[in-house]
Design a protein around this ligand. Structure first.
Ligand SMILES: [Zn+2]
Length: 169
């Protein structure tokens, strides 16, 4: 959906036609349980511990489909929740430098510990889902995941976003 209006640009000192792109969004919340630890943390977060995480994934489109949806919430569940259930839920998420710890856990529990190439903080996990996971999961759709909000506790979350900006035409 587009709307056009004029705007005086103080930089190029001309009147420009500004095209505003109205983006429609929908958000799906997915909860999961996982353990992690933050390497080099000065306090208790360096200990292996668990959280009831929640991801709120926001998807955007400029148009609705023929039945009035951005994307069926069920399709988000099929794609993103399935990925989280397979790789993160009831698992341990560690920095790759914690290989020895992950291997020891896996040998005892038989779980397939998930390693990241960075500390598994809420910020890094949100960024990873937004940029590394969602683009491939939703490649066959007309929507884009533009925000991942990842709650580590009910009162603490980190967000990774893809910003949309107005464009001169
Ligand atoms: Zn933690």
């Amino acid at each position: 959906m587009l709307e056009s209006l004029t705007n005086y640009c103080i930089i190029c000192q001309t009147i420009n036609l500004i095209q505003t792109v109205f983006v429609l969004t929908c958000t799906k919340r997915i909860e999961f349980d996982a353990a992690h630890r933050v390497r080099e943390h000065r306090s208790v977060c360096k200990m292996l511990h668990g959280h009831r995480y929640a991801i709120e994934a926001t998807f955007a489109s400029q148009e609705l489909n023929q039945i009035g949806m951005i994307i069926d919430f069920g399709e988000i569940k099929d794609k993103l929740k399935s990925w989280i259930d397979k790789y993160w839920d009831h698992n341990t998420i560690l920095h790759a430098d914690d290989e020895n710890l992950g291997r020891a856990i896996g040998q005892i529990t038989t779980q397939n510990v998930f390693f990241m190439n960075c500390n598994p903080t809420a910020e890094n996990m949100a960024n990873f889902v937004l940029h590394e996971i969602c683009p491939s999961l939703f490649v066959d759709t007309n929507v884009q995941c533009i925000k991942i909000r990842l709650y580590e506790t009910p009162s603490c979350y980190a967000e990774a976003t893809i910003e949309k900006i107005n464009a001169h035409v």
